[in-house]
Design a protein around this ligand. Structure first.
Ligand code: FRU
Length: 483
């Protein structure tokens, strides 16, 4: 039944039991999406890191698989990426088989005290059976530490113009790019960022990928940072610029935020997805990840998001929108046009389905304050709204149920509205204990988790001033395939 495991998300990946953090090694191969996550199989707090594995045909329904990578004599298995080595540059492939190759950080806890600058190095593992089993490369590590305490989270992609692999690595307060012909020998190309962006915390989990805007290639550099996020704790900043196979040149040194909510961290993209760029993050925040009131597991991923670009005046921004595959969850819903809301409008009566799993899409002139309120019979409330005067979106979880496990949790978070359009639009995905807000075509995004004392069964729109909503669509989501 729904409440068999209170707060268990239904269309987001979460492990059956124990702890996960960052998504790792995301790769598409032969009709299957592979997701790995930082995982500790003995407890639901962080510990010696493994990679747990999950597979999916649509990035929506995930099946947990056996653990893929275990710690070894070189240390814990920290974050990293995976590629399909279709040209067999590594020589790992036998009999024409394409090797899947994971490039990850070995973190050696034994060196933490004596030689902190040697703790982290980069290593390989490969699979010749489409991701089922993995073998560590005998020549590990392939990139030793040059003396930098934080030296981790390799994200590797094939750079076709230069016929070489590019590794984007987080190196303390900057990003370092390396290149390789075979994933085994790496040469440093350049550094970026010690004088750019936000530096409230260490730089982690980077990604580098091209997108096109008006026929022009724009490179996106994702840099996760912990702490120092716009709403506290960990968050994801990005830079737009050019990349020539050697160096990244940012159009601007100023930080932009991919997601203003507190609960989207360590997001990176799938490899081998052609012209599509799909990102998933860890739906949590280091500020309280080890205290969230879920059991017997802790941690989940965000929904997969399609990455795009959108201009507002002369400024270009990265956009995130839910992947279209999520539409398989749609149940018949209700569509309303020209709905005038004064004070409160109850949407619960409009759908007989459960209201803790839904997609709400609406368009309205950006002329008045309004909010979408999820509530339950205990009086818990989760409020998602637009503040006209401040021109911000916000999510307020200060009365959302269990909040006292961490003092900074029960807050109201804000995000600037970046769009200059007269009409605002919102797509809101709710999954039992999370909301993901994609406003204005993914220009402003907020991801938040919350822990109500019972399912949120009431849904309403509120506006004291009154607002005319041009269109509203409420779609209940069917995710009954999960326990
Ligand atoms: C980010 C991170 C990574 C590291 C991993 C360890 O959340 O700190 O930098 O590889 O988690 O679990």
């Amino acid at each position: 039944t729904v409440l068999a495991q209170t707060h268990r998300p239904r269309f987001h990946f979460s492990p059956k039991a124990h702890w996960i953090n960052d998504p790792n090694g995301m790769v598409y191969y032969k009709g299957v999406y592979h997701l790995f996550c930082q995982y500790y199989p003995e407890s639901s707090v962080w510990g010696p890191m493994h990679w747990v594995h999950a597979t999916s045909k649509d990035m929506v329904h995930w099946q947990e698989q056996p653990v893929a990578l275990y710690p070894d004599s070189l240390g814990y298995i920290f974050s990293g990426s995976a590629v399909a080595d279709v040209n067999n540059t590594t020589g790992f492939g036998k009999n024409g088989q394409t090797p899947l190759v994971a490039i990850f950080t070995h973190h050696n806890p034994k060196l933490e005290k004596q030689k902190p600058e040697q703790v982290e190095s980069q290593s390989l593992a490969y699979s010749l059976d489409e991701g089922k089993t993995w073998t560590k490369y005998a020549g590990n590590p392939v990139l030793s530490n040059p003396g930098i305490t934080d030296f981790r989270d390799p994200k590797v992609r094939w750079y076709e113009a230069g016929k070489k692999w590019i590794m984007t690595l987080a190196t303390k307060d900057r990003i370092t790019f390396f290149s390789s012909p075979d994933l085994k020998s790496w040469s440093k190309e350049s550094d970026f960022g010690s004088d750019a962006g936000a530096h409230g915390g260490v730089w982690e989990c980077p990604d580098l990928f091209p997108l096109t805007h008006n026929g022009k290639t724009v490179w996106v550099l994702i840099v996760n940072i912990n702490p120092g996020g716009p709403n506290g704790g960990s968050a994801t900043q990005y830079f737009l610029g050019d990349f020539d196979g050697k160096a990244f040149k940012a159009y601007s040194k100023e930080t932009k935020w991919m997601d203003f909510g507190p609960d989207n961290y360590a997001g990176v993209t799938f490899s081998n997805t052609g012209n599509r760029t799909v990102l998933m993050g860890w739906m949590n925040n280091w500020q309280y990840a080890d205290k969230v009131p879920t059991s017997p597991w802790r941690g989940a991923t965000t929904v997969p998001r399609e990455m795009g670009l959108k201009a507002v005046g002369k400024e270009l921004y990265l956009t995130s929108t839910p992947i279209k595959e999520l539409n398989v969850l749609d149940e018949p819903g209700v569509s309303l046009k020209n709905l005038t809301v004064k004070d409160s409008y109850d949407l619960t009566a409009k759908t007989k389905k459960e209201t803790s799993l839904f997609k709400l899409e609406l368009t309205a002139p950006a002329t008045a304050d309004f909010s979408v309120v999820l509530a339950n019979k205990q009086g818990n409330e989760l409020v998602v709204g637009y503040d006209k005067k401040a021109n911000t979106y916000y999510i307020d979880r200060s009365k959302s149920g269990k909040i006292d496990f961490e003092k900074g949790f029960g807050k109201r978070h804000t995000a600037p509205r970046l769009s200059a359009d007269a009409n605002l639009s919102m797509t809101l995905l709710a999954d039992v204990a999370s909301v993901e807000l994609f406003a204005d075509g993914g220009l402003t995004v907020m991801t938040e988790i919350f822990f109500p004392e019972s399912d949120m069964t009431q849904l309403s729109i509120k506006s004291a001033q009154g607002i005319a909503i041009s269109s509203l669509k409420l779609t209940p989501l069917n995710a009954s395939q999960k326990e």
